[in-house]
Design a protein around this ligand. Structure first.
Ligand code: F6P
Length: 548
């Protein structure tokens, strides 16, 4: 339940008004000035938790900004909302659901009640079943239909049932079994399935069909194609039981598809799709790195959860990250945020964060259904460093838009190779410095640059960055890093007063696609009642199909 003050529109809150006034004063100060006025800020504006270190000093904020932002966080009821989430209250109000990804990595002795039942024993029961299944696959007790060991794992899922698993597999590849092949099929485009299975032996292939609802068109179509692919090779429906497992909340649909619920790993409606990679949706991750590493990952999540729940707001890593992002988005109007991991293993992390952040906070009304009067979720995007530097960083340095970014790096490489890691980290630090302080006309003049060249070479700086560092990329660090962003998303959503845990916007496209699909499949029916553009596109496709 929300109290009256929680429901007050953001624009009327005293802390918001104070923040706006403060913002208009701070606009006059660039990062150069802020560092001149407060030279120690680089050492002070930092925070650490769960093995992660955050330097947020190169954002256009002062101690006063942080104080006003934390005032706003308190006014919007953030501490109480955090408690509500951890206690299992139904804070996803438009779906009337609890939001309990934190229960997926709680300690065994923790108690979290949902509808009068402690959910933690159920979480551990599924983890135990996953571990025992993974051990059987690894030691060859679980074989394929013909008796061959499982050497290939193909995860079929989309959205949260794909992005988390594929990101985690890539991130933890260093720790993964190199004698097994892992593939991920998400797209309805048949190319995805065809390429993912091209050189695999069906007799050695295990499909994990991941779908919270088990009704998602893409996943169910790919799963049916997989079933046909397998049967065509192994010749019997009986093979399905040895080559298909399901991860879902929907036992009935799993059974209807033909997978024995004994081969199903469950989760719960209080786990959002984009918050599910540490549930049974992570089965492919566990198969890749083993149960012990998977539990280490959960322990990293848990450490960040405990910090988020207990640390004072001004020292709270996810809260600071969320407040800074809120400040840059809603006050400075920065519409996008770059995510640049300086680690090749994190190459899919920006894509994963896109769903986490944009499906969560891409909302236009508040909890009470009124239109927001400010910008909500920024566009998240990114690529690993240093690749991005030779591509789009130019626009970040000298373009007309300000793009705040998070640079993520590790002190130690998992693959020490000559001086590669030192060069990599030199680049991370250099980008953060260059983006903040740029190159002034005076500096260029001193360097002997000719007058006509100076305007082209000036970098104004004043581009904000966060730098996030950890010792090395371990399963535990990965868990902490994901939890950091999960909670920072929640922090921002709470300030905006929106429901970060529903996703009604994606439904319209699904409904229309079903209608158009039937029109493409029965081209004899000439009646099309869409707009003229959509009608013409459909006719063009029908006519191409007639000529095939
Ligand atoms: O279409 C969006 C969405 O509902 C995501 O929220 C979710 O992660 C994805 O589809 C997949 O859903 P499911 O796991 O039910 O197949």
């Amino acid at each position: 339940m929300h109290n009256r003050s929680d429901m007050m529109p953001l624009a009327q809150r005293p802390a918001w008004l104070a923040l706006k006034e403060h913002h208009s004063r701070l606009l006059k100060k660039d990062l150069r000035t802020l560092f001149e006025e407060d030279p120690d800020r680089g050492e002070r504006m930092t925070a650490s938790a769960a093995g992660l270190f955050l330097d947020y000093s190169k954002n256009r904020i002062t101690q006063e900004t942080l104080r006003l932002l934390t005032d706003l966080a308190r006014e919007t009821g953030l501490p109480a909302q955090i408690e509500r989430m951890f206690r299992g209250e139904k804070i996803n109000s438009t779906e009337n659901r609890a939001v309990l990804h934190v229960a997926l990595r709680a300690a065994p002795e923790d108690v979290i009640m949902v509808d009068g039942k402690n959910v933690i024993p159920g979480v551990y029961a599924v983890l135990d079943r996953m571990s025992s299944f993974v051990r059987k696959v690894h030691d060859g007790t679980w074989t394929g239909y013909t008796g061959k060991n499982v050497r290939n794992v193909v995860n079929i899922g989309i959205g949260g049932s794909d992005l988390g698993p594929v990101m985690a597999f890539e991130a933890l590849k260093h720790y993964s079994r190199r004698d097994m092949t892992f593939r991920f099929v998400s797209n309805i485009d048949g190319t995805d399935f065809t390429e993912a299975t091209r050189n695999l032996d069906p007799a050695e292939t295990l499909f994990i069909v991941c779908s919270k609802t088990f009704t998602t068109l893409e996943t169910m179509t790919n799963a049916s194609t997989a079933r046909a692919w397998l049967k065509a090779s192994l010749g019997s429906d009986d093979a399905i039981a040895r080559h298909f497992v399901a991860v879902s909340t929907n036992t009935e649909e799993v059974r209807r598809f033909g997978i024995n619920p004994e081969n199903m790993f469950g989760f719960w409606d209080w786990v959002g799709g984009r918050y599910s990679m540490d549930s049974a949706i992570g089965l492919s991750t566990m198969l890749a790195v083993g149960p012990e590493r998977f539990m280490e990952m959960l322990s990293g999540f848990r450490k960040m959860d405990i910090h988020f729940r207990s640390a004072p707001l001004p020292e709270n890593l996810p809260v600071i990250l969320g407040l800074v992002s809120f400040w840059e988005n809603s006050l400075f109007g920065c519409a996008t945020r770059g995510i640049f991991p300086y680690d090749q293993y994190l190459k899919r992390f920006p894509a994963y964060l896109q769903q986490l952040t944009m499906e969560s906070n891409g909302k236009h009304v508040t909890m009470s259904g009124t239109r927001v009067g400010y910008d909500t979720g920024p566009v998240f995007w990114g690529e690993p460093g240093t690749n991005g530097q030779h591509s789009f960083y130019q626009l970040i340095h000298q373009g007309t838009r300000i793009i705040p970014s998070d640079l993520i790096g590790f002190l130690h490489s998992l693959n020490p190779t000559g001086s590669h890691h030192t060069i990599l980290m030199a680049n991370l630090f250099a980008q953060s410095e260059a983006l903040a302080f740029g190159r002034t006309p005076e500096q260029l003049k001193e360097e002997g640059v000719s007058e006509d060249q100076i305007p082209h070479r000036v970098c104004e700086g004043n581009r904000p960055t966060n730098v996030i560092l950890a010792e090395r990329l371990t399963p535990e660090t990965l868990g902490a890093l994901i939890a950091l962003y999960e909670h920072s998303v929640f922090t921002q959503g709470t300030l905006w007063g929106i429901d970060s845990f529903d996703q009604w916007g994606v439904e319209l496209g699904k409904i229309l696609a079903k209608r158009i699909l039937s029109e493409l499949e029965s081209p004899k029916n000439p009646d099309l009642s869409h707009d003229t553009s959509t009608n013409a596109l459909i006719r063009r496709f029908r006519s191409a199909r007639r000529q095939e």
